[in-house]
Design a binder for this molecule. Sequence first.
Ligand code: DAH
Length: 383
Amino acid sequence: MSTDNLEPIAREARNLIANARGLAELEAARVALLGKQGSISALLKTLGAMSPEERQASAPAIQALRQEVADALGQRRMAMEAAALDERLAAETLDLSLPAPERPQGSVHPVSQVMEELAEIFADLGFSVATGPEIEDDWYNFSALNMPESHPARAMHDTFYFPDPAPAIDGQAPGRMLLRTHTSPVQVRTMLGTLDRQPGGAPVRIIAPGRVYRSDSDATHTPMFHQVEGLVIDRDIHLGHLKWTLQTFLAAFFERDDLVLRLRPSYFPFTEPSVEVDVGFALQGGPAGKVRVLGGSGDAPGHGWMELLGSGMVNARVLEMSGFDPNAWQGFAFGVGVDRLAMLKYGMDDLRAFFDGDGRWLRHYGFSAFDQPTLSGGVGARR
Ligand code: DAH
């Protein structure tokens, strides 16, 4: 077959490829040319019937044509795909001037908010934030806080125990694992932790906010709730430091300069002496009857005292068990319910709603993550 005879077939092939409108027509052209029944394929098949000399003369031109057609098909396909992409991109441009659709917005839970406020206020007083595990063992939760096995004060904590025994600590008999009933074990962990840095002790100034657990449930008790523990250990620390710290903290937290505290003798195994702290309030008429407004002496007419927190000077036995020499070091500690602080400051009356996860409640009582209205500068701004 001479090259001349190929020319009409080649021309038709070029036309077919050039005139294809769209990928479907191009594919049809490919089948018509290179498919099993295609015209170029037919040409290739003729080679088989030729004599060796004829084949030698014709094969290069036929192979070249097949290659040209395959290349042309490929190029056309790439051009079409690029054009299709350009078209799609042009059609898909976003109108950035359109307002974005509304999205559900979360809020900061009052407990988180209050914990932030506490951390900020105590940071101003030189305290750092310490944490400890919620799954505790007997020794940290009770024994090291001067509540040995069979101590009656343990009964006040309706403890969730785990069935397995805890590992032995420092040769002590293995205790039981439990969900911590208060944040006080963080006192022990912090004191023991400072010994790693400085054997014999080092000053400590921490608050430890976190979840605690007790088997208890009604309008003012939930099986999980929050506490914040405070601990100061240093040389020459006395009750006056405790009183000043609590007064400064509570006045800053409740944003009231007229806050009056009353310290009453009390008992906690881990403090000696122990004090319970009340705060004075006034009964004032509100739209729904009398409401308690914090401030002023609780002894004034129309006023009362409300119990707020427990505290005291760290018991010498607790210091000793945590590796501090009680003749050289003293300290004070306090523990207060975070949920209760939130309720008093922000006016919720049912503790259970804190943990229901109801979006409506959270929208009402929650805080924006972007403006922190009560964090206007902590303690410093008030003096
Ligand atoms: N741990 C106590 C409780 O949960 C609260 C408490 C009282 C903590 C006195 C203290 C303290 O640090 O000194 O009931």
